[in-house]
Design a protein around this ligand. Structure first.
Ligand code: SF4
Length: 483
């Protein structure tokens, strides 16, 4: 399902390169393959012998850089870039990254951020008390301001102190005139990878699909707590903390990442196929054909079909050429977006008992619409299988659902949801099934994964969000019997 229709949005995508004569163009190409992580705005900063040049704007990458002069302006042998979807801050161009900061030692630095800070309010108050005037309203600026106001003696120490001050989910990509720097939060909520071009240029980006796009070879994942520094001498590894506990976002595997990406050694496509295969075993059904909701559910639908022995067919198609509907993501716009984006292949579904595989249900309106479409096209019955557990809890680490009011799974039982969406049956993948489908990433209690969306087991304290979460829990208690 296209992100802007489902209303479940990743915050951002990052791409940076050091040591290439084609730095800005490769950054553009890399960001293009990360467009699924953010469609609201894009920006690139290039580094020409220490002189920074920036272009940024609202919209898709191709729209922001439609004028060739904008790319031609971005000269130099290093660049970092960003595609954005806002989870915090308003939708103005001042929040489009990378952001630029002056600094007495390194002269200036550029900064791009993927994630969401859980102590942003507290940091903002502290910085305001120091007289800081903010450039923008998003969280992403805070690290830069913390560096600028740090009392530590040197830039790298200031950066380490600041990284230890912020909390929550963060993957940062930064650039000074003489180095590119990447840092990942102590839980490693977001993916971040290092690659190398044939000519020796170093790439750091959100997903391996961007390495493939520019022809870079995967070197390794950035580890939680690491500070990766790239300069003309190569890569060096430092740490801002060693107190780390991997909890990578399981929604990256379920929905956000591109299926051709590999996250921490696990192919996203293969993990989704295993999720589909597992729900086929957990909730079998007698049916004639398996179909998936395009595009992010197709891998899971293939897995379901392979495990169940029921044949897979292309029962729905997605119109790729519909204008974006996300800028004001209202329910009415989403509904219209779904109707323009999805169509049923009647010959596949008419007179058949259908297994409809989807990756998640957020509000339920999209599922209701799709089931209706299938029945209108003559489906005898529609059995919905969701290749992820029930979404019940808010996410505070970089996804834009921060209240359970929006989540149908937090407010109704599975049977009630089945009735609301008009399906003949409905089943979700279990949390254990999800963890095993991804493949436990380590032998810790949480298997290296964050599953808080499903089980409320947040890997960190919630800081600014604790009071809101407590209120959600109190409210959820009202529905305890219904869940
Ligand atoms: S709460 Fe959910 S969406 Fe947020 S980081 Fe954890 S698994 Fe991902």
């Amino acid at each position: 399902m296209p992100n802007e229709v489902k209303g479940l949005n990743e915050e951002c995508g990052l791409f940076g390169i050091w040591g290439s004569t084609n730095a800005a163009q490769l950054t553009y190409d890399g960001l293009h393959s990360l467009q699924h992580r953010g469609q609201e705005g894009a920006g690139i900063v290039s580094n020409n012998h220490g002189e920074f040049k920036r272009h940024r704007g609202l919209g898709l990458l191709a729209e922001v850089f439609a004028d060739p002069a904008k790319m031609a302006h971005l000269t130099g042998t290093a660049a970092i870039g960003h595609v954005r979807y806002a989870t915090a801050g308003n939708h103005g161009v001042e929040n489009i990254q990378p952001m630029l900061f002056d600094h007495p030692e390194v002269t200036q630095f550029a900064l791009a951020h993927n994630g969401n800070l859980t102590n942003a309010d507290q940091c903002r108050q502290e910085l305001s008390a120091l007289g800081v005037e903010f450039q923008a309203t998003s969280d992403s600026e805070l690290l830069g301001e913390l560096v600028q106001t740090s009392q530590a003696p040197q830039f790298i120490d200031q950066l380490k102190a600041s990284l230890n001050h912020v909390r929550g989910g963060f993957a940062y990509l930064m650039m000074t005139p003489t180095m590119m720097i990447a840092a990942l939060d102590p839980n490693g909520f977001r993916p971040l990878v290092i690659g190398r071009m044939d000519d020796g240029a170093i790439v750091i980006c959100s997903e391996t699909c961007a390495l493939d796009q520019v022809g870079a070879t995967f070197v390794r994942d950035v580890e939680p707590g690491e500070l990766i520094i790239v300069n003309d001498d190569g890569i060096s590894v430092d740490h801002f903390t060693t107190d780390t506990h991997l909890a990578i976002c399981s929604m990256e595997y379920i929905y956000f990442a591109r299926p051709d990406s590999i996250i921490r050694g696990v192919s996203v496509h293969e993990a989704r196929k295993r999720m589909g295969a597992t729900i086929a075993k957990e909730a079998p059904v007698d049916a004639d054909v398996v179909i998936g909701v395009p595009n992010s559910s197709l891998s899971a639908a293939i897995g379901y079909a392979q495990a169940s022995g029921i044949h897979y067919d292309m029962g729905m198609i997605k119109n790729q050429y519909v204008a974006r509907t996300f800028i004001e993501p209202t329910q009415a716009k989403r509904a219209r977006g779904v109707s323009m984006k999805l169509s049923v292949v009647k010959s596949v579904v008419a007179g058949k008992n259908i297994v409809l595989v989807d990756d998640s249900i957020v509000r339920g309106t999209t599922s209701q619409y799709i089931v209706r479409l299938l029945k209108r096209a003559g489906a005898k019955s529609v059995h919905v299988r969701i290749a992820s557990p029930v979404l019940k809890f808010p996410c505070y680490y970089g996804i834009d659902i921060q209240t359970t009011k929006e989540l149908i799974g937090a407010n109704y039982t599975v049977d009630q949801i089945r009735d609301q969406i008009g399906a003949d049956s409905l089943a979700y993948l279990s949390v254990d099934g999800l963890v095993n489908a991804i493949g436990p990433l380590n032998d810790s209690e949480n298997h290296g994964l964050c599953t808080a969306y499903f089980d409320g087991q947040y890997p960190t304290p919630l800081y600014d969000y604790q009071a809101g979460f407590d209120a959600e829990v109190a409210r959820l208690g009202l529905y305890e019997g219904a869940n």
